[in-house]
Design a protein. Structure first.
Lengths: 406, 467
């Protein structure tokens, strides 16, 4: 059977509840934040371990190790939750590819969850153990956690990459015509792509450290020398990191299938240029530059990467006749409104309240008393949730009564 | 050629993908119910601390909060997506159907998840760091956001059971799917359960308090809340049973209640007695006993509850329109969905399924056993394991070890073909496919090594082809 026709038939018969390009845009956008926390977590975890083993070289390393251990701990929670959205939107428009790839490596898809749980538990163990004068063997937990996180990254990479190779699916499922339902293999890994994406963890922790030093600059109780140490280390890591990542990126660029036109595609080269620009900027960064700007620059690079991933996916699937814009659309306005109003109302007010509170309180020595505007934001956060729940239930009761009893 | 949008099959011997999903699901339910419930107890306790000026309660909250954080956000946040992964590999078309009906609902839930994850760290780390009133707003908003995630997921879970009326089939509207007949009953059951479980977790932490006066105060506050929550959960569960479709009621009465009813009653009675005892004698609260109680509720209470909910849905996995074996069971005019059962009856799975190797599309003597195994996996393995003596309603035992192919085929061409078994899908296959399945099952029941036999046949076929 023609695999292009098969893929189009495998699309969910219910269609999609809004234009597919909307989901595509949301998928790209939300992936940027997911991968940003993946990079931050991996980079922070690796540097936390390195700093842990360098504690004898100076107290700053010990302090840095403890701080980054906490960053990685929070980072894993956020990368998981931020990964839900791009995964959801992928399943809406690329359901045949994602599901087929997962089923073909079913054990790995399930193994991903358990290895992530074990990895996170190990990291928590390290977090509790990593304090002043911590014993050296505590580092073992951190190494196990980091290894499992890299494995999980590899599983995700393979599942994503296998989805781009539909003409191979049948060979993987039934090699030589003999069906294998065990899902026990990772069938395709594109090492340059995986190494490139993972390598961005290095500059990510670099730009984070520059921002970290800037954030605490206003705190009189925080040692200036430690902040200078963190900033200098951050700048060095960012410079080296962007430089190192250029190598696998270029390899990835040159191994793109020749017929796809990807090798010369402008978005791919824009990504190369963005990495090079960041490298030059980080090398020349002066103390006068605002500490948050490199983070914004890093997010810009990730936005190009997110776009590039999508360009690569479209180019791989197009020859098979798979085009998301031909997905059947059954517009569903109420649920569309539910999402966007929740995103703006709850995400904006409640999320905004939490982030503002965390940001402001961290910059104050001792107890932080909310200013009038923050206090109002807190009241608005509670109010919007009460209103949201009330409307949700009232609206639901109306429909429930109408459908079930009227 | 005409085909179906079916996926390859992933099969886990013995327990099937259903148990994998069940195991991850139970861990998630225990974690998430506890965390959502704990967020409310947390908010109530903090309000008490604020109003009655009891700063020592905040120490308890900090300790409790760390537990909430560790417990729910290691386990809950990973197993949540974990369920997705599990159902993806178990029922790709089932999860696809849900995603395409509820994508915006799930996306709204994601907004809450993100807010919650930020909130839980803010909540714990900012105790004593921000003024009390602002922290109280943070805690209450966190609790409300946590419950909102439950509101959003329950509509999808209850739709998986059934819409309860014709509205959604005709309109295709997410509104009609989400606010289905058993939505509120299901929501009530889970809300009550979450309060009861959170109370038990609260007692677990309270049992570590050295200050007896504080322990007494906390336990006397938590125990009645847990009792009310548990009672409410039971009442709503009884109501929930009244909102179920016929196939679920039959499944419940014939297969599930005889196995699980005693355990569930035991959980309710034991948990109630324990909460009453804790209320009466807070100083006799021991951590080991409370941990054992929590484990008892999780294993004897939540596992059967989740198993029952999963099993009662059978033969469907979503909205009574997708069977467990991934076949679309009926038309849904509101979405332009067309049932596939009749098409399969006419052409057979071997012709329509895109992931059947060409050498198996036509049945002959040398591949009948192999085709039978593949068809059995495709048509049956979502709900049944294929190995005798294994726990997932294994088919050999269901046929009582029958080796008579005609007998097996007669069942398939009778109740299965006509869909008269309420909890089984209508599987109407062409005669040669029925015979292949019957041949495979009879061979398994005869105790022969099927894998070895198939391997031998494959070798032979390769030799013949080479000649």
């Amino acid at each position: 059977m023609d695999i292009g026709t098969v893929m189009n038939t495998m699309r969910d018969p219910a269609g999609v509840p809004a234009h597919p390009v909307l989901f595509q845009g949301l998928m790209i956008l939300t992936w940027v934040f997911h991968i940003a926390f993946v990079h931050l977590t991996m980079g922070a975890a690796a540097l936390a371990i390195y700093a842990f083993h360098r504690r004898d070289k100076g107290e700053y390393w010990e302090r840095l190790s403890m701080a980054l251990t906490k960053v990685a701990k929070v980072g894993v929670s956020l990368l998981i939750v931020l990964g839900v959205a791009p995964l959801l939107f992928t399943q809406v428009i690329y359901d045949p590819q994602w599901y087929a790839s997962n089923v073909l490596s079913g054990r790995w898809a399930i193994g991903f969850i358990f290895t992530l749980i074990i990895g996170y538990c190990c990291w928590f163990t390290f977090y509790y153990a990593n304090h002043e004068g911590a014993k050296k063997h505590a580092g073992v937990y951190a190494w196990i956690a980091l290894a499992l996180f890299f494995l999980d990254g590899l599983i995700m990479h393979a599942l994503s990459y296998q989805a781009l190779l539909p003409d191979q699916w049948m060979n993987w499922y039934a090699p030589g015509g003999i069906v294998d339902t065990s899902g026990s293999a990772l069938h395709a890994i594109q090492w340059p792509r995986y190494i490139f994406i993972m390598s961005l963890s290095l500059p990510a922790v670099g730009v984070f450290l520059i921002a970290y030093a800037h954030y605490f600059a206003s705190r009189a109780d925080r040692e200036q020398e430690y902040q200078a140490f963190a900033r200098a280390l951050g700048q060095r890591l960012a410079t080296w990191g962007f430089g190192v990542s250029l190598v696998p990126m270029l390899v990835w660029q040159f191994i793109q299938p020749s017929a796809s036109g990807l090798m010369l595609h402008p978005v791919g080269w824009l990504l190369v240029a963005a990495l090079a620009a960041m490298l030059v900027w980080m090398k020349r960064l002066t103390a006068a530059t605002h500490g948050y700007l490199p983070v914004l620059g890093g997010l810009g690079v990730l936005a190009v990467l997110a776009l590039w991933r999508e360009v690569v996916r479209v180019a791989h699937l197009k020859p098979f006749g798979y085009d998301i814009t031909t997905y059947t659309v059954h517009v569903d306005w109420p649920s569309t409104l539910l999402f966007f109003s929740t995103f703006v109302g709850v995400g904006g007010l409640v999320g905004g309240f939490y982030l503002t509170l965390l940001y402001r309180s961290g910059r104050v020595q001792g107890l932080y008393t909310a200013e009038r505007s923050v206090a109002r934001l807190g009241t608005a956060a509670v109010a919007i949730l009460v209103i949201w729940i009330a409307v949700f239930l009232a609206y639901g009761i109306t429909i429930w009564v109408r459908n079930s009893f009227v | 050629m005409d085909m179906l949008g079916m996926y390859p099959t992933f099969y886990v011997p013995g327990i099937g993908t259903a148990w994998v999903m069940g195991i991850i699901g139970v861990i998630h339910v225990v974690a998430s119910h506890t965390s959502v419930g704990a967020s409310f107890l947390f908010a109530l306790l903090e309000t008490k601390a604020y109003r009655e000026d009891k700063p020592q309660l905040m120490d308890f909250i900090k300790k409790y909060g760390m537990f909430l954080l560790v417990f729910s956000y290691i386990i809950g946040s990973i197993t949540g997506p974990g369920i997705w992964y599990a159902i993806t590999v178990a029922s790709p078309r089932g999860v696809g159907g849900l995603i395409h009906n509820f994508v915006w609902v799930w996306a709204a839930e994601w907004v809450y998840f993100t807010v919650e994850v930020i909130g839980v760290y803010a909540l714990v780390y900012l105790i004593g760091k921000v003024d009390a009133k602002t922290h109280l707003k943070l805690t209450w908003s966190f609790a409300l956001a946590s419950w909102a995630t439950m509101l959003l997921i329950v509509g999808i879970l209850s739709f998986m059971m059934w819409p309860g009326n014709e509205a959604w089939y005709q309109t295709g509207s997410t509104n009609d799917a989400f606010y289905n007949l058993n939505f509120f009953a299901h929501l009530g059951t889970r809300t009550g359960s979450m309060v009861a479980m959170a109370a038990v977790v609260g007692l677990m932490v309270a049992s570590r308090l050295k200050d007896m006066a504080l322990r007494r105060s906390v336990v006397k506050f938590l125990a009645p809340i847990g009792l009310v929550g548990g009672l409410f959960a039971v009442m709503m569960f009884l109501y929930y049973l009244q909102t179920l479709p016929n196939n679920a009621v039959v499944m419940l009465n014939t297969h599930l209640l005889p196995v699980y009813a005693r355990g569930m009653v035991a959980v309710f009675v034991t948990a109630t007695l324990y909460l009453v005892f804790a209320w009466w004698k807070p100083h006799r609260l021991y951590t080991s006993l409370t941990v054992a109680m929590f484990a008892f509720i999780s294993i004897v209470g939540v596992w059967p509850e989740e198993r029952m909910r999963e099993s009662m849905r059978k033969p469907y996995v979503a909205g009574q329109y997708i069977y467990g074996n991934q076949v679309i069971a009926r038309d849904v005019p509101g979405k332009g969905i067309v049932g596939e059962v009749d098409k399969i009856a006419e052409h057979g799975l071997l012709k329509l399924h895109p992931f059947v190797p060409d050498r198996l599309r036509v049945i002959n003597d040398s591949n009948r056993l192999e085709v039978g195994r593949l068809l059995t996996k495709v048509a049956c393995a979502n709900c049944h394991s294929l190995e005798p003596g294994t726990p997932l309603r294994n088919i050999p035992d269901k046929f009582h070890g029958a080796t008579d192919e005609d007998l097996i085929a007669a069942f398939m061409q009778g109740p299965l073909k006509h869909g008269t078994q309420p909890y089984m899908p209508r599987i109407d296959l062409p005669d040669e496919e029925v015979r292949a399945i019957a041949h495979f099952l009879a061979t398994v029941n005869s105790g022969k090594d099927v894998d070895h036999l198939i391997a031998e046949q494959q070798k032979l076929a390769t030799k013949v082809a080479a000649k």
